[in-house]
Design a protein around this ligand. Structure first.
Ligand SMILES: [Zn+2]
Length: 512
């Protein structure tokens, strides 16, 4: 049976001593020794009213064990048939809530040995006659500190009214701390996004209406993790989202980390009640103290950090503005470059116009090469014709010489003349062959070069070059228009980027 449920039964091993404000355990972890139990005040009439149930706040009677070894010392509810009247929904919460209260009490004892910290009975009591009391109180009369620990999922009953009641009860010199548990997500602990700062990463919460009401009424709000192993107080620093304005000559284009204009502002030292997030700065509970005038909680580490965060803001803004100005400078340079490109394009030096001119030049060159090839071919034909003529003449001379020999009609002198003539014609013919080879080679090379010069127009270069030169002006005009349009599109994109994320720098006064 856990401590929590044990206190809810008819019998209980745990009670609050309302005189000392301490928790008394008759069994389990942290129990009193047999001797201490024996010494508990018991017999006097006023002792009958000092023990209270930690859940319902009702009186408990200490029942001494008798001689029967099956019995032991126990607390029993005095009224209501011995039953606890605490609402069932707080049953599961009791043990941790009680532990937190004991941790807070121990902290006050250690940080302020003169503070006489008391755990007060639960607030769910029915018919209980006491005025409103927080969970733990310290000191008394002037300069009182009251601490509420909230881990329940329950709605807080009129928090502002409770802060005011406590103030009315105890005067202005009082600190009313409301500490919300972070150990479990309840309606009082609504985690926000993690916040990364140069000092590390911090959890945030979204303040609830109750918490805002508490601060507005004069209470103080904190969060804490209060277990046996870990006792950390979280001090809130309000954070408000901000959006930097765009100044002339800045360009705030979104980057890898999102919109650079979005940032946040830490509100320090006042807790901004309109802030959407409260940053939680963890501070070991042992480092915290109550101020001497009992008016605030001292957590030096949290305040140093809040101050540093606030101090870092102007530098962060400047850093981003510098980047925005640099981005604007880069964009203006790009724009100037594009405008120069536009001029070049309009003057016919754009890529399409240049490509067209190159294409036409290649076509003309190919046409020239084709012409050269044709010339070589013609020369070749003439040479071949000459060879044929010479061959015919040679044959004729040979035939005449043969006929003269057969008929003995020609004397030796004539025959030798014919043979000499024939040899001369043969020489002429032989000399033509290298020329034929050269002409053939030249023609082939020219044809090949023409194909390389303008592959698309193989064999048709001369015709195409003619057609191209006929409509050259129209084609040039179209290419220039294409070039101009392309640059204009890029100028439009660059301009709209500046318009969307920046502002054009105003020309300096007097500048044209
Ligand atoms: Zn009870």
């Amino acid at each position: 049976m856990s401590e929590g449920t044990e206190t809810l039964g008819r019998m209980s091993l745990i009670a609050l001593d309302s005189v000392t404000g301490r928790v008394i355990r008759l069994g389990g972890p942290g129990a009193l020794t047999a001797q201490q139990i024996k010494e508990l005040p018991y017999a006097k009439p006023e002792d009958r009213h000092r023990y209270r149930c930690l859940n319902c706040g009702e009186r408990l009677i200490l029942q001494r064990k008798n001689t029967d070894p099956r019995f032991r010392d126990r607390f029993k509810h005095e009224g209501n048939g011995g039953e606890c009247t605490a609402p069932p929904e707080i049953i599961g919460e009791t043990a941790e809530h009680l532990l937190a209260k004991e941790v807070l009490q121990a902290w006050l004892w250690s940080a302020h040995p003169d503070s006489a910290p008391r755990i007060e009975p639960g607030v769910f009591g029915l018919g209980n006659d006491r005025s409103y009391r927080p969970d733990v109180t310290a000191w008394s009369g002037r300069g009182t500190v009251g601490i509420e620990f909230q881990r329940s999922a329950l709605e807080i009953q009129e928090p502002a009214a409770r802060v005011r009641a406590y103030r009315d009860d105890l005067g202005a010199r009082r600190l009313h701390l409301w500490i919300f548990s972070t150990t479990r997500q309840t309606r009082h602990y609504v985690p926000g996004p993690m916040r990364r700062t140069v000092r590390g990463e911090f959890a945030t919460v979204r303040p609830t209406r109750d918490q805002i009401e508490i601060v507005r009424a004069g209470g103080s709000v904190y969060w804490a993790e209060l277990t046996r192993l870990r006792q950390v107080l979280y001090v809130p620093v309000a954070c408000r989202s901000i959006r930097y304005s765009i100044e002339p000559g800045e360009l705030w284009a979104p980057g890898d980390h999102g919109d650079p204009r979005l940032d946040w502002h830490a509100c320090y030292p006042e807790l901004d009640l309109d802030a959407e997030l409260w940053l939680l700065v963890p501070v070991p509970l042992a480092e915290c103290k109550i101020s001497n005038n009992r008016e605030f909680l001292i957590a030096p580490r949290a305040y140093a950090l809040a101050k540093a965060l606030t101090a870092a803001e102007p530098g962060r803004e400047q850093h981003r503005r510098d980047a925005a100005a640099a981005a604007y400078g880069k964009a203006s340079e790009e724009l100037a470059g594009l405008r120069a490109e536009l001029e070049q394009a309009a003057a016919g030096h754009g890529p399409a116009a240049v490509a067209l001119a190159e294409q036409d030049a290649a076509l003309e060159h190919a046409a020239e090469l084709e012409q050269a090839a044709a010339d070589h071919r013609e020369q070749l034909a003439q040479l071949r014709q000459s060879v044929q003529g010479l061959q015919a003449r040679e044959n004729d001379l040979a035939a005449r010489a043969r006929r003269g020999l057969v008929a003995r009609a020609l004397n030796g002198e004539r025959r030798s003349t014919l043979n000499r003539q024939r040899a001369a014609v043969q020489n002429q013919r032989t000399e033509l062959y290298p020329q034929i080879n050269r002409a053939e080679l030249a023609a082939r090379q020219a044809e090949q070069a023409a194909r390389l010069a303008h592959p698309g127009a193989a064999g048709r270069a001369r015709a195409e070059a003619g057609a191209a030169s006929a409509n050259r002006r129209t084609r040039q005009a179209a290419a220039i228009e294409r070039d101009v349009r392309e640059v204009q599109t890029r100028i439009g994109a660059a301009e709209s980027r500046i318009t969307a994320y920046g502002r054009h720098a105003e020309p300096a006064a007097g500048a044209i």
